[in-house]
Design a protein around this ligand. Structure first.
Ligand code: AVI
Length: 326
């Protein structure tokens, strides 16, 4: 019997890359861990729970925009269309867009790209329930997955790339620009990119979203230490760390940190690393950049796209922007 990949041990080369990154990033000053490692099976499930929290409004705001304006968004893209979702989450959003295309074409090819097998499995299961779609999952980095999807596109079809949920916000600005340039380079004239990005809003609202009263975001953050304990044979004491969310107004980002409650020593056997943390010393685990709407248009234009429409959810302050590849 084979286990579902969500329950199976990660492949050896993935563990090796994780160990190398952890070894390098924890020796930086300030100490860091990459946010992509938050998404093991438990981390992905906790993120799904975050999306349901009343204080984390991104997912619902984006869903409202897709439901209300999805028809208009896809009208701007000449068909037949193949959808490519970068970082697929639960598959709900791509299914909203597919729903808008159903009257126009059948079947609708959907490529899901994610490095997390848990996220791919969940999306494939959810999308399997809807009719007239043909789903291909790619367990790959966004760049590699997009190249594969572009290679496999049906002749004469247009690609609509979805990069939703403000995933772009987890990239540092020079990298987000570079990343959009890479997307542009993989596309042909007439293809399009739909980009979801969270907008700047009052600090109190942002802090509640990233440090919720139920402690789900704290669990999501601390699970990264638990993942290191399990996969890299470490001895982090989770109860000796506090989750902290900070609004860095100058950089316009919410930062997540894990703050050591006391002086402590930690050993990470598979990363060949011994750490001494001071009381109050923090490990920086994620940045979540917030944008102004005009800045998103400039980001796309700077990568060679032509802005083709922008829709803003006024309550939660979230933007979906459609870019065309000229
Ligand atoms: C996936 N990403 C867009 C989320 C965000 O808002 O930056 C991850 C997250 N971190 C804490 N809560 C949610």
């Amino acid at each position: 019997m084979t286990l579902p990949s969500r329950l199976a041990a990660p492949p050896e080369e993935a563990v090796r890359a994780f160990a190398e990154d952890v070894r390098r990033d924890l020796r930086l000053s300030p100490r860091q861990l990459q946010s992509k490692y938050l998404y093991d099976a438990l981390g992905s499930a906790l993120f799904e729970a975050i999306c349901l929290l009343p204080w984390y409004r991104i997912t619902r705001a984006e869903g409202r925009l897709l439901t209300r304006w999805g028809r208009e968004m896809v009208a701007g893209v000449r068909g037949p269309v193949a959808l490519v979702e970068l970082g697929c989450g639960s598959g709900e959003k791509v299914s909203l867009i597919a729903g808008q295309l159903r009257e126009r074409q059948r079947p609708i090819p959907i490529h899901l790209i994610d490095i997390s097998p848990a996220a791919l499995e969940l999306s494939e299961k959810n999308l399997g329930k809807i009719e007239h779609v043909s789903v291909v999952g790619h367990r790959a980095t966004y760049e590699e997955g997009l190249r594969r999807a572009a290679r496999e596109r049906p002749e004469g079809s247009t690609l609509l790339v979805l990069f939703l949920g403000s995933n772009v916000g987890n990239f540092d600005p020079p990298y987000s620009q570079m990343f959009l340039e890479e997307i542009r380079a993989a596309l042909r004239p007439g293809d399009a990119l739909l980009l979801g990005a969270d907008l700047v809003k009052p600090e109190a609202e942002l802090l509640l979203a990233y440090d919720d009263p139920l402690g789900v975001t704290a669990a999501f953050n601390k699970n990264l230490l638990q993942r290191i304990n399990t996969e890299l044979f470490a001895d982090f004491d989770l109860s000796a760390f506090d989750h902290r969310a900070v609004w860095n107004a100058r950089e316009r980002r919410v930062e997540m940190h894990l703050v050591s409650r006391r002086r402590q020593d930690v050993t990470i056997a598979r990363a060949d690393l011994a750490l001494s943390l001071e009381a109050g010393e923090s490990i920086w685990t994620e940045s979540s950049y917030k944008y102004e709407s005009a800045e998103i248009l400039r980001l796309g234009a700077g990568a060679g796209f032509r802005p083709a429409g922008q829709w803003i959810e006024p309550d939660a302050r979230f933007a979906l922007t459609l870019f065309a590849a000229p």
